[in-house]
Design a protein around this ligand. Sequence first.
Ligand code: UFG
Length: 336
Amino acid sequence: MPTILVTGGAGFIGSHTCVCLLEAGYDIVVADNFSNSKPEALNRIKKITGKDFKFYECDLLDLEAVKKIFAENSIDAVIHFAGYKAVGESVAQPVKYYHNNITGTLMLIKAMQEYGCKKIVFSSSATVYGPVNPVPYVEDMPTSATNPYGYTKVMIEQILRDVYVSDSDWSVSLLRYFNPIGAHPSGLIGEDPNGIPNNLLPYICQVAVGKLEKLGVFGNDYDTPDGTGIRDYIHVCDLADGHLCAVKYVLEHKGVEAVNLGTGKGSSVFDVLHSFEKACGKELPYVVKPRRPGDLPSSYANTDKAKKVFGWEAKYDLDQMTADSWNFIKNNPNGL
Ligand code: UFG
């Protein structure tokens, strides 16, 4: 079976994807610098799968360290998750974001070029659809961004397209994630952000275990059915399965494909909150706050291309996602 290098493999989506790859019989090599993840995630991946793998504690900015991974392993393809992802922090510290996400990716591509590895699956984001495109988002819409984090995704997509233009042996899959939530059904791995969470589900989880007092609902005056923001939440295990399809695809094809990974279904903040309340069996306090700057009323995917190109579609519904999020946080109230 091919060997896949997973950068950011200890992170939320990375760890679930490692489980999927190992269960499908791939060999994996994981690289992570634990900037927003913990070594325990790697033990948990081994526990779930009963399989071992090689790990490098490595910062992608360190080109020599990245080259060493390729020198010591025969890597067939790369899944590149590693990167900073907090929108607000990227506005406050743009240079940190551009340096880490863009330069880190450039170092990875340089090492890949030197070792003749030309297959990559990249963690892009629905954020590249920017503020102007109408929903549902379709892959051939023009891309843009509203913050440095989003621009790193737009720019890295462009860099990878340009690499392909320069060498048509490359195979690039740009996966545009919608809003990943949920956790592995074992409750052993899940989302474990540092500090006070920015995203909806991790915040609700902290309220549910009594670590935060109440959820702030960012705006109830949007032009949506209940006035709160609509997002396309997707179970992280569905997302991980989408990466498996993308890896198979890049191993067998050349070219560049941008593909949405979403369910195609929008849920409101209150839909998510109430679904979570059902899962944990208690009411959770909330307060309506002003809109968060930069938030869009509505974001959801057109999922036709994923079906057509990968034969993939999401299987889990919102209640399954919130049940698995609750199961993880209940078992790991202090994270990993
Ligand atoms: N929300 C709240 N309260 C909170 C947190 C979020 O009401 O405490 C609301 C937001 O206003 C939004 C929805 O919940 O309507 C989802 O917000 P998240 O922060 O969970 O997710 P976003 O859609 O804002 O962001 C996600 C990813 C980003 C990505 C973006 C666009 O986290 O990486 O989607 O694709 F850029």
